[in-house]
Design a protein around this ligand. Structure first.
Ligand SMILES: Nc1ncnc2c1ncn2[C@@H]1O[C@H](COP(=O)(O)OP(=O)(O)OP(=O)(O)O)[C@@H](O)[C@H]1O
Length: 279
């Protein structure tokens, strides 16, 4: 079996190479290839049923693609062949994701949600549990770091004053930002967002757009710039914040490029008009 590859000299953090996904007789994704460049926002768009979520699920390990390869450049520079890993291993390799439906721990506070996300470094610092019970200094240091990281993300999403409120009691837009902060607390190489603007009002969308560009640029907190891959139906946000747009239709990639180019592509216009006609 050939190794996962990102061409040397390439600035890609993720390379999706000819992936296909078949559900019985349906070829939901048909030999799709694209790359996510380091420090960029890449949007995956297309009409309903185009295959966006399926591609996403292949990258994040919810599905194993029928064929094709997906290579991730980890934070330490090594390569991971995501198509061979289970979802928890993909998360450890540095892919964090959010879902279309919010999946916070509603009864826990905003702060607790961000601390739970950091259980792995805490576990490592304690030798998986016993160190915490014994109050080891290594654990205390790791715990202080986790709290500091959580606080800096609460500040970045304008929720520091609501740190002790239950996540389920926060306004919808705040919950969406908290989910993104929770994903960022794991220090990912790639942040994957499934329709982050769904259900947001214009002010909340604006806040989200600002948050995503600061995550990309590494100015949201003192964390490193982070590459973002998003599925989004809100074309206003896509065209404003994306560096690169990949368009799918009926499981195939029909266009990719900078937003201005994609917006005027006749195949893209036809795909979206076709959807309107059917609606
Ligand atoms: N688990 C599954 N089993 C069978 N068919 C599936 C499964 N998941 C997705 N599909 C089908 O694959 C195709 C692509 O679906 P997918 O959800 O990836 O599209 P999408 O672009 O994300 O659409 P939307 O914008 O509506 O979320 C659709 O025809 C869908 O019905």
């Amino acid at each position: 079996m050939s190794e996962a590859a990102i061409p040397s000299g390439s600035g890609a953090i993720l390379d999706v190479d000819g992936i296909s996904m078949r559900f019985g007789g349906l070829l939901a994704v048909d030999t799709v290839s694209f790359a996510v460049q380091r420090g960029s926002i890449t949007a995956l768009i297309g009409p309903n049923g185009a295959g966006k979520t399926t591609v996403f699920n292949c990258i994040t390990g919810f599905y194993r693609p029928t064929s094709g390869r997906i290579a991730l450049r980890r934070v330490d520079g090594s390569l991971a062949a995501l198509e061979r890993l289970k979802d928890h291993r993909i998360a450890r390799a540095g892919v964090a994701r959010t879902f279309q439906n919010i999946r916070l721990f509603a009864g826990m506070t905003a702060l607790e949600n961000l601390l739970v996300a950091q259980h792995l470094p805490l576990q490592r610092a304690t030798g998986f549990g016993i160190g915490a019970m014994l109050g080891l200094s290594r654990y205390k240091a790791a715990e202080a770091e986790a709290i500091e990281r959580a606080a800096s993300w609460l500040r970045a999403i304008n929720l520091l004053d609501r740190a002790d409120d239950a996540a389920g009691e926060l306004p919808y837009g705040a919950q969406r930002r908290l989910e993104i902060a929770r994903a960022m607390c794991t220090g990912p190489a790639l942040l994957c967002l499934d329709e982050p603007a769904a259900g947001l009002n214009p002010r909340e969308s604006e806040e989200l757009a600002r948050l995503l560009t600061t995550i990309r640029d590494g100015t949201a907190t003192s964390s490193a710039p982070t590459s973002v891959l998003l599925i989004e139906h809100d074309m206003g946000i896509v065209m404003r914040i994306s560096d690169h747009v990949v368009v799918l239709d009926h499981g195939r990639k029909i266009a990719e490029g900078p937003p201005d180019l994609v917006r005027n592509d006749r195949h893209v216009i036809a795909a979206y008009l076709g959807e309107d006609e059917e609606a």
